[in-house]
Design a protein around this ligand. Structure first.
Ligand SMILES: C[S@@+](CC[C@H](N)C(=O)[O-])C[C@H]1O[C@@H](n2cnc3c(N)ncnc32)[C@H](O)[C@@H]1O
Length: 305
C-alpha cells in the first residue's frame, strides 16, 4: 500500500497502525517486573483500536520473544521502551530547566500529557492526523484519564500548515519550547516535508528551546533492508495483520536531522539505540540484534542557544 499525497488514516490502518504497534510495545514493557517505563494508558488504547496481534501483545497474551522472532524485529518491546524512556527523561530535564511549553508532533497514542508529572503551568500541544487525535481523546476520556497539564490537541496533517494551526491554538513562539518528534522522521514524511517541518520549528523556537527526535529511514532501499522488510511484513501477516512498514515510508534520502539543526544554530547531541538501552539499564543488543530495523535510526537532542 504505497503512500499518496494527502492520504489519511486511523489507528487501525496505514501509518496509524504503526502508532498502535508502538503503544502495544509500551504496554508490554509496562507489564515487565522492573519496567523501564510505566504507561498505564497504552493497554486500554491498544484494546480500543482492536487489532488482534497488538491487543494480545499489550495484554500479555502473546509472548513478546515469540513475536519478535516471528516478525524479525529483535527486542521490539525493549526498543520502544528505551525510546520512550529517553524522551521521558528529556521532558523531565526540560521541566527542570523551566520550560513550560511542549509540542509533541505525530503524537499517535503517546499518553505523556496524561501520564507524566508535568510542572505546574505546563501546556502540552499535540499534533497528529484528526482521526488519531479524536480517537485518543475519546478513548482516554472513556477510561477516566485526565491530562496532567493543560492539553491542547491539533488534528492536522503535518504536510499542511500546522504552524498556523499551532499558533491559533495559543502556542507562543516567544516562550521556550520543548519539541518532540518521536517515530516520524524515520521515513513517514516525504524528505521535503521533513525539511519544511524542521524549518518551521526553528523560527518558532525561542532561546532555550529544546528539540528531540529519532531520524533516518526504516527503508534505505538496500537489498538487505528490502529483504528484512519482506520478512517482517510476512511475519505480521501470519499474525493476521496487513502492515508493511517499508511500503508506508517514503523511499529516498532522508534528512540528517542533527546536521540540519546544527546548520540552523542548534547545539545537538546524537545517540544510537545502544546508548538508549544503556541509559535505561537494559541488557545490550547483541551483534545480530544490532542489524535489525534499529541499525539505520539515530536519535538527537538539541538546544537552541
Ligand atoms: C510510529 S507512530 C509514532 C507515534 C508516537 N509518536 C509514538 O511514538 O507512540 C507515527 C505517527 O506519526 C503520525 N504521522 C505520520 N505522518 C503524519 C502526517 N503527515 N501528519 C500527521 N501525523 C502523521 C501518525 O499518525 C502516527 O501517529
Amino acid at each position: 500500500m504505497a503512500r499518496t499525497e494527502g492520504d489519511t488514516w486511523d489507528l487501525a490502518n496505514s501509518v496509524g497502525a504503526t502508532a498502535t504497534m508502538v503503544a502495544a510495545a509500551r504496554a508490554a514493557a509496562t507489564r515487565r517486573p522492573q519496567p523501564v517505563i510505566t504507561d498505564e494508558y497504552a493497554e486500554p488504547l491498544v484494546r480500543a483500536v482492536g487489532l488482534d496481534v497488538f491487543t494480545k501483545l499489550a495484554s500479555g497474551e502473546l509472548d513478546s520473544d515469540e513475536l519478535e522472532t516471528g516478525v524479525g524485529f529483535p527486542r521490539i518491546v525493549d526498543t520502544f521502551a528505551a525510546r520512550a524512556r529517553f524522551y521521558d527523561d528529556y521532558f523531565a530535564a526540560a521541566g527542570k530547566e523551566g520550560v513550560r511549553q511542549i509540542v509533541i508532533v505525530a503524537s499517535g497514542l503517546d499518553a505523556r500529557p496524561y501520564r507524566l508529572a508535568w510542572p505546574a503551568g505546563t501546556t502540552v500541544y499535540e499534533i497528529d492526523q484528526p482521526e488519531v487525535i479524536a480517537f485518543k481523546t475519546a478513548t482516554l476520556a472513556e477510561v477516566g484519564a485526565a491530562p496532567t497539564a493543560e492539553l491542547r490537541t491539533i488534528g492536522i496533517d503535518l504536510r499542511d500548515d500546522w504552524p498556523a494551526a499551532l499558533q491559533e491554538a495559543g502556542f507562543d513562539p516567544a516562550r521556550p519550547t520543548a519539541w518532540l518528534a518521536e517515530g516520524v522522521l524515520i521515513g513517514f514524511l516525504p524528505p521535503e516535508a521533513e525539511i519544511r517541518l524542521l524549518d518551521a520549528i526553528t523560527p518558532l523556537s525561542a532561546e532555550g528551546s529544546r528539540f528531540a527526535a529519532d531520524f533516518g529511514s526504516l527503508n534505505d532501499g538496500s537489498e538487505q533492508s528490502q529483504e528484512q522488510a519482506r520478512r517482517t511484513a510476512e511475519g505480521w501477516r501470519r499474525h493476521g495483520l496487513d502492515m508493511d512498514i517499508a511500503a508506508l515510508t517514503y523511499p529516498g534520502e532522508h534528512t540528517d536531522v542533527a546536521a540540519h539543526l546544527r546548520a540552523d544554530g542548534w547545539d545537538t547531541t546524537t545517540f544510537v539505540l545502544t546508548d538508549l538501552f544503556a541509559a535505561a539499564g537494559l541488557p545490550g543488543l547483541d551483534e545480530t540484534e544490532q542489524q535489525g530495523p534499529a541499525a539505520t535510526i539515530s536519535f538527537v537532542r538539541a538546544i537552541r542557544a
